[in-house]
Design a protein around this ligand. Sequence first.
Ligand code: OGA
Ligand code: NI
Length: 357
Amino acid sequence: MACQTWPEPVIRVQTLADSGLTAIPKRFISQTPSSTFLHHTASPPSFSHDLNIPVIDLAGDPGEMLRLVGQACRDWGFFQVVNHGVRPDLMRSARAVWREFFNQTPEAKEKFANSPTTYEGYGSRLGVQKDAILDWSDYFFLHFMPASLRNRANWPALPPSLREVVDEYGEEVVKLGGRILKIMSRNLGLQEDYLLNAFGGEEGIGGCLRVNFYPKCPQPDLTLGISPHSDPGGLTILLPDDHVSGLQVLKDDRWISVKPLPDAFIINLGDQLQIVSNEIYKSVEHKVVVNSQTDRVSLAFFYNPKSDAVIEPAKELLTEERPPLYRPMTFDQYRVFVRTKGLCGKSQVQSLNHYNN
Ligand code: OGA
Ligand code: NI
């Protein structure tokens, strides 16, 4: 089970970066310059720097849109959506209030310091393994859904508009998540409400926001903003920074940099969609690289199953050739792993597929 406290004093990466150090502490070194070289520079000629994740116009022709979403879910597990119905000014305000939060003094932020019991609040690590390698980022994590877990008193009080902006932003993003689940349900040949119901229904779904802050880094080739992982939950709706990229997605064993379009959201599938779809859809590994020039803020909204929803492959998708690949498990049981060990690629979902054991 999750521990009550962190195993060692928490290092705020932003404070470290602001101290003007020129070499990063050993704890943050997860890359050797040569592996960076392999991934970024020495790619075979087939590597295309223009390759980008699919972009889907949600206001486009409905039939075509359904087909494109299905294709993106099967081939990439990642796509960008435009004309998604969330107001661009709200997206900008959401980024702006969180940037302001992170720009406050360390003392102001420490008031919201989190613990591994709920993870809610200001944090700098995931997992409670002592001496674990650390990522070059801080974050703020909060619960938005179900409404009973939405405790605004745990959210930053400053800037003064933050709580209101987060409330409105969260409502809009939850609506968008619901729409995308419907599209996916239909694309899989299921009832329109299938995935929403599997996740616990409109009132039951779990929605959390993790705002990531990636400070500038003097040795960006030696570390990562977030190590490779797949998101454990349902669907992630990511609002990336508008002036710097950093997200990379694994596609056919290569890391592809995502180039965010203005006012678009980046959508990716989490492990629970891989399980419910019995691997017709797959969650995809991704990571974040940092740079020495500028910091970066992103808002990851996790649209998750209800904590006690039992997640299992949809019966409607099972055939003799395609028997269930996973045993039923509640989302809570699933999440304990990540909250204890931190992020490790796709090792968890892979280990649960019983044909891999
Ligand atoms: C995450 C994540 C990507 C980003 O928070 O799970 O993958 O670009 N974030 O910040
Ligand atoms: Ni992620």
